[in-house]
Write a protein that binds this ligand. Structure first.
Ligand code: NAD
Length: 438
């Protein structure tokens, strides 16, 4: 099939590359000329494991190309995916202006039989809104189908190629069949393609993210309770996770969720509810617990190092909102950096992939180290903010020898308290007792 993907960000680029990989001819469009130039030169503007190989292979085979010219791409396409951003407005609701603008750009060039597929995360009613706008612009009924994306950054390609399910929002049987044909190569293990109304499919995406965010805020709240008692959240997590009704997924205590989806989507759903005259108490609490969770480590740091952090030097390992991505949008590490800088601390930062994105935000207000151990020279403590694999089994002797004080704040409960005590560290984690070196 001939396909255009509009918006070549995390979702659009992965979608385009994966669809090309099953033989489709895909043109990825973006308004960001620098991004398209880079892609055309063979550079990948984001870090996502496996993406470079996938893009190179399909570009080489002539199935994947990049342009800023939406009109030409769309005019030859059966399917036009919209994967532009839907950032939050002041009140938390999703701003669909980029989506509307994209539709206005392409409306004059859409072939009669083409299907517009909304992949961006959009509020309930957006499909109807886009359908209406297209009718105004073209004078005809255009096919607009909803197809929310559930990929996780860091495992995006695997998620796209092996989805748990594909959701398609349409009332048109022919459109559903085209989508079934498109997704057939990725559903060979009998995972379902669920066809429903556009409104339901729009709600599915928000409900899924709200549920996952709720699990994270839930375990963080339990962790904070454990912290004030002799309970250990890791034992509690195991004790509940083995209950098949509960499970282990998304039940890891930490410094709160971040990224470009959970915070924004929970708030957008709150805004949707309020717009309907409903006060969504659970969702509001999920967001509040998460915002509060991003301050938990600072409180521990202050208790250990003193209220006034001027003159204190702290290393941070991990800046991205989760491992295996360079995405720092709403990353808990950024909230901590703001708090530490405000308290007068000096920060030495390391991340395997996200340092350039953080440098764009903070410039030389932090120092950055390619080597994780170099970041530790002379520090009063290390703060671990993202559970990258390379942090899991570090050389503890090398760490201690470079740090001014052997103190670790672990925002992801990566280490065992016993191991850290044996290794000679004062160790603070989330929802577990702090330990002193033996
Ligand atoms: P992104 O910011 O990485 O990419 C969006 C891209 O769209 C940018 O490159 C931007 O330049 C481009 N763009 C904006 N207007 C355009 C236009 N008129 N024409 C062409 N290009 C245009 O965003 P993302 O993270 O890929 O997210 C895209 C959507 O998918 C959002 O609605 C998001 O909520 C949703 N989503 C994201 C993820 C994720 O993990 N990032 C997962 C599932 C769903």
């Amino acid at each position: 099939m001939k396909i255009t993907v509009i918006g070549t960000g995390y979702v659009g680029l992965v979608t385009g590359a994966c669809l090309a990989d099953s033989g489709n001819h895909v043109v990825c469009v973006d308004i960001d000329q620098a991004k398209i130039d880079a892609l055309t030169r063979g550079e990948i503007p984001i870090y996502e494991p496996g993406l470079r190989e996938l893009v190179d292979r399909n570009r080489g085979a002539g199935r994947l190309s990049f342009t800023t010219e939406a009109a030409a791409a769309v005019s030859a396409s059966r399917l036009v995916f919209l994967a532009v951003g839907t950032p939050p407005l002041e009140d938390g609701s999703a701003d669909v202006k980029y989506l509307v603008r994209a539709v206005e750009d392409i409306s004059g060039h859409l072939p009669q039989q083409s299907i517009v597929v909304i992949k961006s995360t959009v509020p309930v009613g957006t499909n109807a809104k886009i359908t209406g706008r297209l009718k105004e612009l073209t004078g005809r009924d255009c096919h607009v189908c909803s197809n929310p994306e559930f990929l996780k950054e860091g495992a995006a390609i695997d998620d796209f190629l092996k989805p748990d399910r594909v959701v398609v929002g349409t009332r048109d049987r022919d459109v559903a069949n085209v989508m079934r044909t498109l997704y057939a190569p990725y559903l060979r293990t009998e995972k379902p393609l669920l066809v429903m109304s556009p409104e339901s499919s729009e709600m599915v995406k928000y409900a899924a993210n709200a549920m996952l965010a709720t699990k994270i805020s839930f375990i963080n709240e339990i962790a904070n309770l454990c912290q004030r008692t002799a309970a250990d959240v890791d034992d509690v997590r195991r004790g509940i996770g083995h209950d098949s009704r509960i499970g282990f997924a998304f039940l890891f205590p930490g410094v709160g969720y971040g990224g470009s989806c959970f915070p924004k989507d929970v708030r957008a759903l709150v805004a949707t509810a309020r717009g309907l005259g409903i006060e969504p108490r659970l969702l509001t609490a999920v967001d509040e617990v998460n915002t509060r969770q991003k301050t938990v480590l600072l409180e521990k740091i202050r208790r250990q190092c003193g209220e006034d952090l001027r003159g204190k030097v702290l290393a941070i390992w991990g800046l991205s909102f989760k491992p295996r991505t360079d995405d720092v949008r709403e990353a808990p590490a950024l909230a901590l950096i703001d708090q530490l800088l405000e308290s007068g601390a000096t920060i030495r930062a390391h991340d395997p992939e996200a340092m350039e994105n953080v440098r764009k935000l903070y410039g030389d207000r932090l120092s950055y180290f390619q080597d994780q151990y170099d970041a530790l020279d002379g520090v009063d403590a290390l703060v671990l903010m993202t559970e990258w694999k390379e942090f899991v089994h570090p050389d503890f002797d090398a760490m201690r020898s470079r740090m001014r004080a052997a103190v670790v704040f672990d925002g992801r409960n990566v280490y065992s308290p016993d191991t850290m005590r044996e290794a000679g560290f004062t160790y603070h984690s989330i929802g577990r007792a702090s330990v002193m070196p033996r």
